[in-house]
Each structure stands twice: as C-alpha cells, then as structure tokens.
Design a protein around this ligand. Structure first.
Ligand SMILES: N[C@@H](CCC(=O)N[C@@H](CS)C(=O)NCC(=O)O)C(=O)O
Length: 179
C-alpha cells in the first residue's frame, strides 16, 4: 500500500461521509493513519483542521488539511493519480456529470433522507420520504445512463458517484423499517 505516514484521516466510524474517504483510499490502495474523533467532544486537531465546519472527515496530507468528503475524494484521485484506478473520468464532460450527481446525492438524497426521520412534524417527515424516493428515482435513471450497461456510475469501474452513494449503505441498514 502507498501513502504511509503522509495521510492521516480524522473521522468517526459511524459517519457515511468518513466512509466515503475510506472507500476512496481503499480503492486507490493507499494506507493511512486513522484518527478516531469524539464528535461530542471535538479535539483541537479537528477544530484547527476544519475551523469553518468543525466536522469530520478531514484528511491531512503531509500535514495539510482537506475538508468535505466529496472534495477529499477528488483530491485523493488527483494527488495520487499514478496510484490505483482513477475515480474520475479523463473526459471533462463525464467528470462534470459525475460531480453533478455527487452534489445531487448530498443536496437532494441525503437532505430529504435526514428530513424523513428528523423532521419536526409527521408532515415534514412524510414530505422528506416523498422527496427521498423522487431523488432515488432520478439516481436510478442516472445510473442507467452513466453506467452504459456496466455495473457502476463510473461505467465498468467504480468512481466518485459510486463512492458517494455506496457510503450510505450503512445508513440504509440503520434506517430500514423493522420487519
Ligand atoms: N458535508 C460534509 C458532512 C460531514 C458531516 O456531517 N459530518 C458529521 C458526522 S456524520 C459531523 O462531523 N458532525 C459534527 C457536527 O455537526 O458538529 C461532508 O461531506 O464531509
């Protein structure tokens, strides 16, 4: 594995956003030091590395912090372009489409999903659920188009959108209705 001491990930294991970064590091075959954060008692390292949002994940590369999971995944792909598979296409249009859907996942799917269980009223929750299903439908259409009949949003190999969406599987399990 490449990377070694140069990469330190400030994370918290239940976070799907942290999982995104772990998936990207793993697909690229990069080793890293995992720094588990207590988000109810944030460390000085987290606060000084991400003073704007004060959230995990933060990746430290040679001591320099990079924040926001989707930004970090793209950084990993660029900074370690010669290592492992590419998570973004070499084609600018395909890259733009992947970034569009990665943003859609956070702005529409994650936001409505959170509303479906954190909404203040039953109406707010059910509106969240409705919007979440609409987002899933749009993503299914996008998968059909982007995958070109192969298994992934990235075509025949895993890419930014697969990593962004795949990281949410733990949440899916956790929020599934009991049978
Ligand atoms: N948009 C951010 C979201 C990160 C995020 O929400 N992290 C949560 C853990 S799942 C966090 O650090 N929460 C601490 C807080 O809100 O104070 C990303 O993609 O990295």
């Amino acid at each position: 594995m490449a990377g070694g001491d140069d990469l330190k990930l400030i994370g918290a294991w239940p976070s799907p956003f942290v999982t995104r970064v772990k998936l990207a590091l793993s697909f690229k075959g990069l080793s890293f030091e995992n720094v588990e954060e207590d988000i109810s008692n944030k460390s000085e390292l987290l606060l000084s590395s991400n003073p704007v949002h004060k959230k995990v994940p933060v990746l430290l590369h040679k001591g320099k912090p990079i924040c926001e999971s989707v930004v970090i995944v793209q950084y990993i792909d660029e900074a370690f372009a010669g290592t492992g598979p590419s998570l973004l296409s070499s084609d600018p249009h395909e890259r733009a489409v992947a970034r569009f859907w990665a943003a859609y996942i956070d702005d529409k799917l994650v936001a409505s999903w959170m509303q479906s269980f954190r909404g203040k009223t039953e109406e707010e929750k059910s509106e969240g659920t409705k919007q979440m299903f609409a987002a899933v439908e749009n993503l299914e259409g996008a998968l059909r188009e982007c995958s070109k009949g192969e298994g992934y949003f990235g075509g025949e190999s895993v890419g930014l959108v697969d990593v962004s969406l795949g990281s949410l599987l733990s949440w899916l399990k956790a929020t599934e209705s009991p049978k």
